[in-house]
Design a protein around this ligand. Structure first.
Ligand SMILES: Cc1ncc(COP(=O)(O)O)c(C=O)c1O
Length: 384
């Protein structure tokens, strides 16, 4: 019944044949900067548009170093590589997560170690994590060992779901106790602040994504942000095929990756970043309207920004009271059939066939939440 009301509500919003989950905001200024970039022929990874975009990102996030990449996934890979992961090293990640962090860990020959999420924040359950680490970790000289697998536990990749920040300062304290590094996966959180500091700048290293469905888009793209010079230098080297600076010789210092963002994408990033604050304003108005609608809707909780967080409200998301997959999927099918894109949360990573073998804690909240979370159409230009 409540989902029936929601369906009618979404149908009213749908003005065209399709109501997408999140489409990018493309305007004349975006066309113009792309035209200028193409005219200049500065479209490659060596383009000055890349430097300009990075400088703008530095200013916005107040990060000392920014390396623009060709995706958020490559940014995650490079962020992890900067910690010199050894074979089998365990990196903690929530299981209720996008697949990129797990893949990036495996690219580095590490081992994802799945942790549970909190029912309120939908990201890592910090208290549960603290108790778990107390139980499973064994202190060695300079690091902590997993008593069960006998592997080193090195750090965590924590993400900020749908643009809302987790209590990242609290998490950082817990990780510090066990000498664990923190990579902040802020792929969904460009423009989100926690205690007035941009998300992604609390961790040792943070990453952003600018793929087609994010709040601002470069088509495809991402960035690593950090205040640590040595890490930034290493990441930049790896992203540029480890090529030495030389006027004409091609000398490579070691294994490297072609992960740099091309100028054409960076040009779009510049005009997109110029309007980020306006987009956030629009999205916060949309979120208020959704919130009002769900106030009068029983059995559905609207996922709001937590205390101390000013969210970009990337995706408006709800939590259904009943964990009934049949009802949820019936609703999704009906929406899709009617040109309304709604999206369930990802399947928990520990349930994917190639990830089943990796260590995990008891994932009780994950197992329930996987059936209950839905994201709703959230493009900045929708009229509610
Ligand atoms: C939480 C999270 N991490 C990582 C990524 C990877 O970013 P990309 O798609 O740019 O590789 C995404 C986006 O898709 C994401 O939502």
């Amino acid at each position: 019944m409540q989902l029936e009301n929601l369906f009618r509500f979404l149908k009213k919003i749908k003005k065209q044949s399709m109501l997408p989950l999140h489409s990018p905001d493309i305007s004349v200024k975006d066309y113009n900067i792309l035209k200028d970039c193409i005219k200049s022929t500065n479209i490659s990874t060596y383009s000055n548009y890349v430097k300009l975009f990075e400088n703008k990102l530095k200013k916005y996030t107040k990060s000392k170093y920014v390396i623009a990449t060709n995706s958020g996934t490559s940014a995650l890979h490079l962020a992890l590589m900067s910690f010199d992961i050894d074979e089998g090293d365990e990196i903690l990640i929530p299981s209720l997560n996008y697949v990129a962090p797990a893949n990036a860990i495996i690219y580095c020959n590490g081992s994802p170690h799945f942790v549970d999420v909190n029912k309120k924040t939908l990201s890592v359950d910090i208290e549960k994590l603290e108790n778990y680490l107390k139980k499973i970790l064994l202190k060695k000289k300079n690091f902590f060992l997993n008593k069960v697998t006998k592997k080193k536990v090195r750090g965590m990749i924590a993400f900020h779901p749908f643009g809302h920040a987790v209590e990242i300062d609290k998490l950082k304290k817990v990780l510090k106790k066990y000498k664990l590094f923190l990579i902040e996966d802020a792929a969904e959180a460009m423009g989100t602040f926690f205690k007035k500091k941009h998300i992604g700048t609390y961790g040792d290293v943070g990453i952003l994504s600018f793929n087609g469905n994010k709040i601002i888009s470069t088509g495809g793209g991402g960035a690593v942000i950090t205040n640590k010079k040595i890490k930034a230098m290493k990441i930049l080297q790896l992203a540029t095929i480890s090529r030495e600076k030389h006027k004409f010789e091609f000398i490579y210092k070691g294994l490297g990756y072609n992960y740099r963002m091309p100028g054409l994408n960076a040009a779009l990033g510049i005009s997109q970043l110029n309007k980020l604050n306006d987009l956030i304003k629009k999205k916060r108005i949309i979120s208020k309207k959704y919130e009002r609608f769900f106030k009068s809707t029983k059995n559905i909780t609207y996922f709001k920004e937590p205390k101390n967080c000013k969210s970009n409200y990337w995706l408006n998301t709800i939590i259904l009271e009943k964990n009934n997959l049949r009802i949820r999927n019936k609703f999704i099918r009906k929406c899709i059939k009617n040109g309304i894109q709604v999206r369930p949360i990802w399947k928990p990573l520990h349930t994917l066939s190639y990830l089943k073998k990796f260590p995990r804690m008891k994932l009780s909240s994950t197992s329930i939440l996987m059936k209950k979370i839905l994201s709703l159409p959230s493009s900045p230009n929708i009229k509610l």
